[in-house]
Write a protein that binds this ligand. Structure first.
Ligand SMILES: O=C(O)C1=C[C@@H](OP(=O)(O)O)[C@@H](O)[C@H](O)C1
Ligand SMILES: C=C(OP(=O)(O)O)C(=O)O
Length: 446
């Protein structure tokens, strides 16, 4: 069921004694979506272990079934996906509901656009307010037609190109979703697609393309941009995929431990792909007592255990160039900054305005409600940390899981409790968040 004003569940967190123990957060959301999508395109049976079973990912699983793939979970918790082959998806009979998920909707639009049939995309109120032009524009260049009630917003219907024309596309903003949409469309049509990425973003689509046996050209041009070339209709071969723990979810217990006195946590098996580790870099610069242990390779990705203890943090400037590698972590970094000595300045945040909520203004409003001085600019945020009067407010989550979890983390260390207006939205990416945090010593009240 989609979350809306009718089924909101308020939730509070309270000042806690130290958080202690070992934990594993659920599987990486980006890799989970993609393992289902690549499984649905590959010949044979892909087996996925550690899939994130959150609402966003389960909606992608349903979409893959609607396109003709077989998807099921076995008794051991492994997910099996039997694919239909590149360029061979079937026309969905029903509308495709992506709930809260920008990644699901935008990546699957790439698949749909390369197939000569119509498919209709719907989502919740948050997703229906998010810009889709960023993926629809390159798809239109390939010959796709789009019918939307309101310009480039869900609900909308895509009429796949027939025949589809591969394009050369330079991604105008730092977005792995746009890159992935264009590559997935290109994979499902004849001819060569060229993708120019001026700013490097998470590379899970590239890694998975290669992991499933496709050839993907990659070079750096004179301007320092990454140029990817992909020949369409390459056959993919089913794989066994192990999904590592999601660093964007690990961010919540990590920051909770840093700001809550007496904490000592070991967060295990976390994905350490360097396109995702900007938050860890920033926290170390802030003085975090954080070490990576048992670093190793798993399924083509670097993973490790993160040992984190309560620390006296200091404010830093986070440069704009780092934003793509920590784009989903700014809300929880703002919470860490609230407990740091001095100012933390975060720059290059324009993309935060088009996430599940306008995250820059949602964070600023949450900081205001909880007595944390800050300055909100068009594309930057300055948090003035170190007050001893934090908390006491209610935060409006705007159907945004990361706003909900970030401010619940704040309440674990603040003088007064922090309430969020909807805790149910957390299921978008981190089912079991409250139970997991409670098990480590966090205090919550419904
Ligand atoms: O490709 C992905 O899996 C994602 C890309 C990012 O979005 P953008 O591409 O809009 O930056 C990120 O915010 C999202 O949570 C997941
Ligand atoms: C931005 C996010 O996801 P999506 O764009 O897939 O909704 C997120 O999980 O923080």
């Amino acid at each position: 069921m989609a979350h809306d004003a009718s089924n909101m569940t308020p939730l509070s967190s309270l000042r806690s004694d130290g958080l202690k123990g070992k934990l594993q957060v659920p599987g990486d959301k980006s890799i989970s979506h993609r393992s289902l999508i690549f499984g649905a395109l590959a010949k044979g049976e892909t087996v996925v272990s550690g899939l994130l079973e959150s609402e966003d990912v389960l909606n992608t699983a349903k979409a893959m079934q609607a396109f003709g793939a077989q998807v099921h979970k076995d008794d051991q918790g492994l997910w099996h996906v039997t694919g239909v082959g590149t360029g061979s998806l079937l026309e969905p009979i029903d509308v495709l509901d992506f709930g809260n998920s920008g990644t699901g909707a935008r990546l699957v639009m790439g698949l749909a656009g390369a197939h000569a049939f119509a498919s209709t995309f719907i989502g919740d109120a948050s997703l229906s307010g998010r810009p889709m032009g960023r993926v629809l524009n390159p798809l239109r260049e390939m010959g796709v037609e789009v019918l939307a009630r309101s310009k480039d917003r869900l609900p909308l219907t895509i009429k796949g190109a027939d025949p589809a024309t591969p394009i050369t596309y330079r991604v105008p903003m730092a977005s792995a979703q746009v890159k992935s949409c264009v590559l997935l469309a290109g994979l499902n049509m004849a001819g060569t697609t060229t993708l120019i990425e001026p700013v490097k973003t998470r590379d899970h689509t590239e890694k998975m393309l290669r992991g499933f046996g496709a050839e993907l050209g990659e070079e750096i041009n004179e301007a320092g941009e990454t140029v990817l070339t992909l020949e369409g209709l390459q056959e993919l071969t089913a794989q066994n995929v192990t999904v590592p723990a999601d660093p964007s979810s690990a961010a919540f217990p990590i920051v909770a431990a840093l700001i809550t006195p007496g904490s000592d946590l070991l967060v295990e098996n976390v994905l350490l792909n360097e396109t995702r580790t900007g938050l860890l870099t920033t926290l170390v610069e802030m003085g975090a007592n954080l070490t990576i242990e048992n670093e190793r390779e798993s399924g083509g990705e670097r993973i490790g255990d993160i040992h984190v203890r309560h620390s006296d943090l200091k404010g830093v400037t986070v440069p704009a160039e780092r934003a793509p590698s920590m784009i989903d972590e700014y809300p929880v970094l703002s919470v860490a900054a609230s407990f740091a000595n001095g100012e933390t300045r975060m720059e290059g945040l324009e993309e935060l305005r088009v996430k599940e909520s306008d995250r820059l203004s949602a964070v600023a409003a949450g900081l205001t409600a909880n007595n944390v001085p800050h300055i909100e600019g068009e594309d930057y945020l300055v948090v003035k940390g170190g007050s001893n009067q934090i908390g006491g407010g209610t935060v409006v989550t705007h159907l945004d899981h990361r706003i909900a979890m970030s401010f619940l983390v704040m309440g674990l260390a603040s003088q007064k409790p922090v309430e969020v207006d909807d805790g149910a939205v957390i299921n978008t990416s981190f089912p079991g968040f409250v139970d997991l945090m409670t098990g480590l010593g966090g205090r919550f009240s419904a």
